[in-house]
Design a protein around this ligand. Sequence first.
Ligand code: PAF
Length: 285
Amino acid sequence: MDTITTIRDLKSAVSAARAKGQTVGLVPTMGALHIGHLSLVKRACEECDFVVVSVFVNPTQFNNPEDLRTYPRTLDADIALLSENTGANVVFAPTVEEVYPEPDTRQFAFGPIAEVMEGEHRPGHFNGVAQIVSKLFMFVEPDKAYFGEKDFQQLAIIRKMVKDMDFKIQIVGCPIVRYMDGLAVSSRNALLQEDERAIAPIIQATLRRSVEEMQYKMTPAEVISWVTKTLNGIEHLEVEYYSIVDGLTLQPIENWGDTEYVVGCITCYCGKVRLIDNITYKVSE
Ligand code: PAF
């Protein structure tokens, strides 16, 4: 596995693979890699001949400077993890100056799917995600790119960007990886104190209870209120939002029968750590 830091070297490695007739997969990450990322990389390696994993903490998607400053950066460990556990061919770990020699002034407009949930609570976040992901797509020109379903809204926006910009790239959404206790695997978990780590699984457990016990006895608004009150009643947890939405348009639903695909998306602080997760209430058969 090669570690590459310049766009020029990246393009020449991909061209060499293409010259051999190989298909190319891309797994964009911000590093601090964990088993969730490894599942994406392994899937990419199963489906593509040549796999690039990018490790880049993208400053343009952070609207909170403290969040950017404290985001875990563990490049050496990331490289070791990838080379020992996956068949990835290249780690692309550029500097900020390499990716953004000039400030990126592009403004993306994704319409209503980007205006709710994370779009509402993290202004500019998805514009930054689109800036970096579109750049990576232009550098690598992969056949397939892999993203986790934990970032449910991000995945929907990337699919829209691919359509809007006419990228010839298949976006592969991969299932959330969870610990045995139900907590979604995330780089941010490393920032949790021991007592916070112990209660963080209650977020998913509460969502699961809302699916199993409440869904048709209560309206979506009542379920939102129950989930929010339950979690806010637990020390260290504070819900930023819980939304129950159409899984395709990401717009809130009023009745369970409004659509065939219903997903609940949550952002909940556990201490100072902002955790996101989601759950499917129903999906069309
Ligand atoms: O999901 C992430 O880790 C990031 O948002 C991504 C897609 C790598 C872009 O920086």
